[in-house]
Design a protein around this ligand. Structure first.
Ligand code: AMP
Ligand code: MN
Ligand code: MN
Ligand code: MN
Length: 297
């Protein structure tokens, strides 16, 4: 009986609708932190985190808006990291947003973006697309966070490509004219900044990196050795097969499991805030480990 009920438990999913990954116009989303909080509440989210790229200046507004709406909130960030020649994203949840080392680390990580964007524009100009830096800047709510996503929106609006996926494929990935190699934070630094600020570090959307099995093993081994604790199992960019694979990996490596839409913009993101299925019941949800960091008013 025990074995049967345990098996049934593991097949059920957590009903709790936590959405612990999304972006505001402080990075490369299009909505304000307040509008995101309202959208999360409207969509039935039970616990919400805003995780802008390399930037926490939207956290106060997000926290205040969530409190007004009675929406439980976790502070968050998504840090850009270079690992094995690839950009990897590490989400930090439950961080102290006033932590000095974290703020300095994020500032240093943001620093190279303008130069990189000018290099991207120079590459695009050689491919016949003029003034892309100025064009992308018009889409950036925060110029310090100018990202490939802003270039993608500009190239769609100016009719160069049909949608942002086509822009990435044709212009913004390695080997394409608008791609510029860039050195982000190290894995160890990103995990340490999050940990020392009282938060939990999570490998974001692992299904996106296309690592070999050896590289992926190295990523998770080093991540754990630095004190990383979680992995995103359910996210807007994972296929069903990715979710199954990373659910198994969470169990195998004893990692906390996270869930977040990675919502950026209405009409652009595949999954809306609160729109993911439930986390499989056999997993340990990251929000249970972060209970004391949840802000309720
Ligand atoms: P950046 O930080 O400037 O390298 O920009 C990365 C952002 O671009 C990601 O956070 C996503 O929002 C978006 N992005 C990256 N790759 C793709 C892709 N293949 N399709 C659509 N959006 C992407
Ligand atoms: Mn993004
Ligand atoms: Mn990401
Ligand atoms: Mn993201």
């Amino acid at each position: 009986m025990r074995a049967v009920s345990r098996q049934t438990d593991s097949m059920q999913s957590h009903a709790f609708n936590a959405d612990l990954h999304c972006h505001s116009l402080v990075s490369d989303g299009t909505l304000s932190p307040t509008a995101l909080a309202q959208r999360a509440k409207h969509n039935g989210v039970d616990l919400w985190a805003l995780t802008d790229h390399d930037e926490i200046s939207g956290q106060r507004e997000a926290r205040e808006a969530a409190a007004q709406l009675g929406l439980p909130f976790l502070s968050g960030v998504e840090i850009s990291v270079s690992f094995a020649g690839t950009t990897v994203h590490i989400v930090g949840l439950g961080i102290d947003v006033d932590d000095a080392a974290l703020c300095e680390g994020l500032s240093a990580t943001r620093d190279g973006r303008e130069l990189r964007a000018r290099g991207m524009a120079a590459g695009l100009a050689q491919a016949g697309i003029e003034d892309a830096y100025e064009g992308a800047l018009c889409y950036a709510g925060n110029p310090a966070l100018i990202s490939r996503m802003h270039f993608a929106r500009y190239l769609v609006e100016s009719g160069v490509c049909r949608d942002t996926q086509a822009v990435f494929r044709n212009y913004l990935v390695r080997g394409r004219p608008g791609y510029v190699e860039h050195r982000w934070a190290s894995l160890g630094d990103a995990v340490r900044w999050i940990k020392q600020a009282g938060g939990v570090a999570i490998v974001a959307h692992p299904g996106r990196y296309k690592f070999s099995a050896n590289e992926e093993f190295a990523l998770f081994s080093e991540f754990k050795a630095h004190g990383g604790l979680g992995v995103e199992v359910l996210t807007g960019s994972h296929s069903g097969a990715d979710a199954v694979k990373y659910a198994a990996l969470a169990v195998e490596l004893d990692l906390l499991a996270s869930r977040g839409s990675d919502f950026h913009a209405p009409g652009e993101s595949r999954i809306d805030l609160g729109g993911l299925p439930g986390l499989p019941g056999a997993l340990n949800p990251v929000w249970e480990a972060l209970g004391d960091r949840v802000l309720r008013d």
